[in-house]
Design a protein around this ligand. Sequence first.
Ligand code: ADP
Ligand code: ADP
Ligand code: MG
Length: 497
Amino acid sequence: MSERKIQKILVANRGEIAIRVMRTAREMGIKTVAIFSDADASSPHVKYADEAVNVGPAPSSKSYLNMDKIIDVCLELNVDAIHPGYGFLSENATFAKKVAAKGIIFIGPSPEAIEVMGDKLAAKNAVAEYNVPMVPGVNHAVSDLKEAKEIADEIGYPVLIKASAGGGGKGMRVVEKAEEIEEQMERAMSEAASAFGDKSVFIEKFITSPRHIEIQILGDMHGNLVYLFERECSIQRRHQKVIEEAPSAILTPEKRKAMGEAAIGVAKSCGYYGAGTVEFIVDENLDFFFLEMNTRLQVEHPVTEEITGKDLVKEQIYVAEGKPLSFKQEDLKIIGHAMEVRVYAENPKENFLPETGQLTTYKVPQGPGVRVDDGFEEGMEIPIYYDPMIAKLITYGDNREQARMRMLRAIDEYEITGLSTTLDFCAFALKHEAFISGHFDTKFVQTHFKPEMLESHNAEEEQVAIALAAYLLEEKKKASNISGNGNLSKWKLRAKQ
Ligand code: ADP
Ligand code: ADP
Ligand code: MG
């Protein structure tokens, strides 16, 4: 494999991840090109880049997913590599092929690896020979209702019907009992066909108290593969992550090694190079099972960067240039603990319904151990066209408790008005006994969270604020030369709004 130095990268994405990638490029002396839609003309990622090009109207199908337009921009501006970020075209094998056909480097794995791992059934079959534990179930598409019933009976209820082409937490149905299987199968197949253009579904055991723990891997084109330990991603809503941490509070060094080696097996099964994530589901006995592989940089990659000290984007770029990885497995060590909360424009009181609106106030936390990866500024609108994530807030500490307390402090400092966010929910979760003790699973929200909990929390704050205000007024009256106004903390004032 010959090496080829990258001089200019186009980031085929928007928001925080576009800026994240460009930051590393700048550190490496590489020029950057942003693309943007009509909805994003004044976005920070556009301002950050050395050059920026409008690629079309707001709907992503007409802009961020417009493969030919994006490739044309690369050719016009002498771009030699494309970084796809996550979402959009990042796991699109056709795009990776088109890019390569024009002599442009795709910063990611081979199109073949994307293709195999993008299909959950193909992935299960590929890893079958690599000694990777699998969730009990079948690894072929099921469409016959009678067969579905037989399979489910054999696996034992509850079972999970999954769309082979599913992703983003979509295309899954839990079936509790035999009477429901036929109806649920029919629904699952028609949903899969309309959402993913592929009606293939399969059936696996539904693990009732699962944790989602994933392994970050990196590979190069010289056959080197390493794992950068795990990320715990069990706090989810709608099968999608909202709080992540590294390392997991429950893994032993032996289990960590076993999962790391299984992840390497998955990577080998598709000749993987670049950054990738192997997702596992872990049951109450700490037995782990392969879920899927995501063939891209992941949203929650910063927690891994914090505990390993490695820049994953830099390694992605090196690998794409044909260089070997800059470190070996034995060079990697976990130091400290990191947490990430995803700040979504969503209303936790309304079942996490996405919200649009304006960031009338937007002030980010700072200080020791705090990292904010965001893509918005005060006054900006959150467009309806894209994912409602505003920012990722990451904290780092010597140990889990320090990272957790820092996160609570940082959430306190974060000021967002104009729309609801997941911040209040995240503070609630981080203060919950189940989270503190490490005894939680992917059903944390269903088990422990009720919207009233945020309301009552706020009501309590409001009571405190009212009492405090009354007290201060009284004090002010007593000594009219002293102003008590500044004593109402921001947090209390916010609770009053
Ligand atoms: P991660 O596993 O890195 O947290 P997510 O599952 O949250 O990633 O997905 C990252 C982004 O990609 C989100 O914007 C999500 O909506 C999008 N995404 C992932 N898979 C798909 C898919 N198959 N179809 C559409 N969007 C997807
Ligand atoms: P996606 O492509 O949508 O990310 P995954 O297969 O990674 O799909 O599953 C997403 C989430 O759904 C997991 O993080 C986990 O919470 C839940 N899940 C998936 N498979 C199972 C299973 N067999 N039993 C219980 N929960 C599961
Ligand atoms: Mg997944």
